[in-house]
Design a protein around this ligand. Structure first.
Ligand SMILES: [Zn+2]
Length: 176
């Protein structure tokens, strides 16, 4: 038997599958728990090893300071193509006016023991229009925006049934 048989490893351009559950999130996007320091803060190596800044095709007002806008955001390196495609589609379908503000993508908040980390810790979630889509509310997220995120593999927080719904929130993971 030849030892040079071709392997079935996926091509580098294979689409990234949406991970299900914490174990798959860690195996896909990195085991963040190895980067949480004894004081519960995040080791800066997490950002340098796993995160990157991507350009947005149009400026978005900052939800916490609408006098400022962003044209870049920090996300997981593996999400570069996915977020870039989503924003291009939103713009291509004329939906950018439906995005009234940017509420953040990567964000790490130290957690008490026993509470789970937000998908924002991996830079795989984004909050949009938080001023009109508060946690627990029905919100007013545009159906076209929801459709484009879903088509790209995202879960929408407005669909959550077993935890407090979060209509500002889209995340590239499920079962978490
Ligand atoms: Zn969120």
């Amino acid at each position: 038997m030849s030892t040079n048989a071709p392997t079935n490893s996926p091509a580098p351009t294979a689409p990234l599958a949406c991970p299900h559950g914490l174990k798959q999130i860690c195996s896909t996007f990195g085991d963040i728990f190895q980067y949480i320091l004894p004081d519960h803060c995040l080791d800066p190596r997490w950002q340098t090893e796993f995160l990157t800044r991507i350009a947005l095709p149009f400026p978005l007002a900052l939800s916490w300071d609408k006098s400022r806008s962003v044209t870049q955001m920090t996300c997981h390196k593996l999400m570069t193509g996915i977020f870039t495609d989503v924003f291009a589609r939103l713009q291509g379908e004329g939906l950018q006016e439906k995005l009234t503000s940017f509420g953040g993508c990567f964000c790490f908040r130290p957690q008490r023991t026993g509470t789970s980390l937000s998908a924002h810790s991996w830079g795989i979630a984004i909050d949009l229009n938080p001023e009109t889509n508060a946690q627990g509310s029905a919100g007013n997220m545009d159906p076209g925006v929801i459709r484009i995120f879903r088509a790209a593999g995202f879960e929408w927080g407005g669909d959550w049934q077993t935890k407090v719904r979060d209509p500002m929130h889209f995340q590239f993971c499920a079962g978490y």
